[in-house]
Design a protein around this ligand. Sequence first.
Ligand code: CAA
Length: 262
Amino acid sequence: SSPSTYTNILVSRPETGVSLITLNRPKALNALNSELFRELNQALAEADADESVGAMVLTGSEKAFAAGADIKEMQSKTFAETFKSNFLANWSMSTIRKPVIAAVSGFALGGGCELALMCDIILASPTAKFGQPEINLGVIPGGGGSQRLTHAIGKSRSMELILTGRMINAQEAERWGLVSRVVGEGEGVVVKEATEMAKLIASKGQVSVQAGKEVVNAAYEMTLAQGLNYERRVFHGLFATNDQKEGMGAFAEKRKANFTHD
Ligand code: CAA
């Protein structure tokens, strides 16, 4: 595990193979400032590089996953400043190869909703509330909301959320396909379920897990024909791994596979 210390996040190892990153600015409802995002990027990169980690869980508090970009930090910025610094360009997880599961309780608004959308899987507590309220601040989403939210829930719903600023609850988010499911009620339940899911993913062959993430993400970048071809090539490539021999061998021998991640 890493010796890094952070001031805006907590990093722990709740289960074998699982790195849990908790946003920790409770007084600001986990509003995302530059320092927090820098720490988050570092923690994710460290977990990604750590052979003993198979998947990550990203969470906030019971009250807020994250209430958006830090409005107080943004308030006085000028166009020239945002443009020259390419503000929010580093709000991305696109270099992370291992799966990241968002465990969302409470508010996931603006940049908080966008942060959840950067993750690979979103689990929601019944208390979760999602929205893109930037329109109320005289701006629009800047952390990928107009793109990832539209991919996730479609044009009409995405337009509605972005142009009205309305919040949706966990049930609606599930119905719209924004989250994969809503877990049971109770404090800590969503983190526990996300951790269990991450542990399960970490128990699979890690080459195939990372390949699976890569090809699903390719679906957002390629035509169907390109994507199908790409998937097939990556599938072919996995026949060069020991995990494929082990996985299929174990099935044939009616035993549990013991993946060596190579
Ligand atoms: N930035 C900075 N501070 C924030 C914040 C944010 N996004 N959200 C909440 N806070 C702070 C509040 O200012 C308050 O601090 P003080 O105690 O110092 O006043 C503290 O967190 C608690 O918040 P509230 O008192 O407002 O709590 P509430 O329970 O009454 O309301 C809320 C909760 C509805 C989430 C409300 O805080 C809210 O509307 N927050 C802003 C949500 C928002 O507009 N998010 C989008 C930001 S823009 C963006 O994200 C751009 C992008 O695309 C990247």
